[in-house]
Design a protein around this ligand. Structure first.
Ligand SMILES: [Zn+2]
Ligand SMILES: [Zn+2]
Length: 350
């Protein structure tokens, strides 16, 4: 049996470097030689706290690589294809799947949590999930397609009209990707609100200069100053805590739109006055989950790989750390402890 190098989660906190069997392919699948795989924020609790759905599992769902084998004769044409991968495998029988809204599938499989992912030299991928990339898009950039699509999907819930002011609470990886999409989409102003934990030099280096440190003042006052007292057209909550959720509702103008992106940390309670804002300002509140995927040019994933190729969205500056399968602990540790500033930690697999 052929083996490959892989990081295998054997138990919570036990991510071993092993010689592991190269995956066997189902008829509709190809074998992808993984070249780069991002460590997602969600991988930290997955590895260290909650574990995966069963053990052993190879984590890693933000990846790209090259097709090196196919199970069926008709899929051999994909060999040599450089591709990013939509990691969700839909059930194709539930109500969401029947409507083509695969991101809300009820019984999905997922590469890197429910099935083996890409902290490995090889991963099996259904042909349907392959997103071919242009020659000028590198593998590590393509491995950013998943968070970039999540960011696009979030902003798409609200939609941007040219000239809109968009305020983003939480300038982390997803927040800064949403900021880039807002700019690319024609937002008049992109306002960023962070705390002492955020790195403002980093935000500057990405070309954004309108930011506010909420550790040292009232962000709502600042947003009002920036918008002639009207409030923003769109507010994005990319932290997942009650105070930023309230700030979003308080920061938007009448008829404004608020998108909740951040995974919630604990329960949410709204002060009565903030709740009144929803009613009095006739706000529109959107949730967003994962990203939309299909074979049209308008699909989140098609837009993402096209924007990477054209340069409309730049993801390379977001990759702050590079590790390998051998020293992946160093990257995981930085993310787990926050011992130094990071945006995306990328596992390079050569
Ligand atoms: Zn992720
Ligand atoms: Zn389904």
């Amino acid at each position: 049996m052929e083996t490959m190098k892989a990081r295998v989660l054997r138990a919570v906190g036990d991510l071993r470097l092993e010689d592991y069997p190269v995956p066997e392919l189902k008829p509709d699948e190809v074998l992808l030689r993984v070249k780069a795989c991002g460590i997602c924020g969600s991988d930290i609790p997955r590895i260290f706290v909650n574990g995966t759905y069963h053990f052993p599992t190879i984590p890693g769902h933000e990846f790209a690589g090259e097709v090196v084998a196919a199970a069926s004769e008709e899929n051999k044409k994909y060999i040599g294809t450089r591709a990013a991968v939509f990691p969700l495998i839909p059930c194709r029988t539930c109500n969401s799947c029947n409507k083509g809204v695969y991101e809300t599938c009820k019984h999905y499989d997922y590469l890197g949590s429910r099935s083996d992912g890409a902290y490995a030299e090889y991963v099996r991928v259904p042909v349907w999930n392959l997103v071919p990339i242009a020659d000028n898009v590198s593998f590590e950039e393509a491995a950013m397609a998943e968070p970039t699509a999540v960011a696009l999907h979030a902003l798409r819930q609200a939609g941007v009209t040219i000239g809109d002011t968009v305020v983003i609470y939480g300038p982390g990886t997803i927040g800064m990707l949403i900021a880039q999409w807002a700019k690319a989409w024609g937002a008049g102003k992109v306002l960023l609100v962070g705390t002492d934990l955020n790195n403002y030099d980093f935000i500057e280096s990405l070309g954004f200069h309108d930011y506010f440190n909420a550790s040292h003042g009232d962000p709502i006052e600042w947003v009002m100053e920036q918008t002639n007292g009207n409030g923003a057209d769109i507010a994005i909550e990319a932290v997942g805590i009650p105070v930023t959720a309230c700030n979003c509702l308080d920061s938007v103008a009448s008829g404004g739109k608020v998108v909740f992106v951040g995974n919630p940390h604990g329960d949410f309670t709204f002060p009565q006055n903030t709740y009144w804002q929803i009613l009095r300002k006739q706000l529109k509140i959107f949730g967003t989950w994962n990203s939309a995927y299909n074979n049209t040019p308008q699909s989140d994933w098609s837009v993402v790989v096209d924007a990477m190729s054209s340069g409309a969205v730049k993801v390379k500056p977001l990759i702050t750390h590079r590790v390998t399968l051998e020293n992946i602990e160093e990257g995981l540790e930085i993310m787990r402890t926050g011992s130094e500033f990071y945006s995306k930690v990328m596992v390079i697999i050569d």
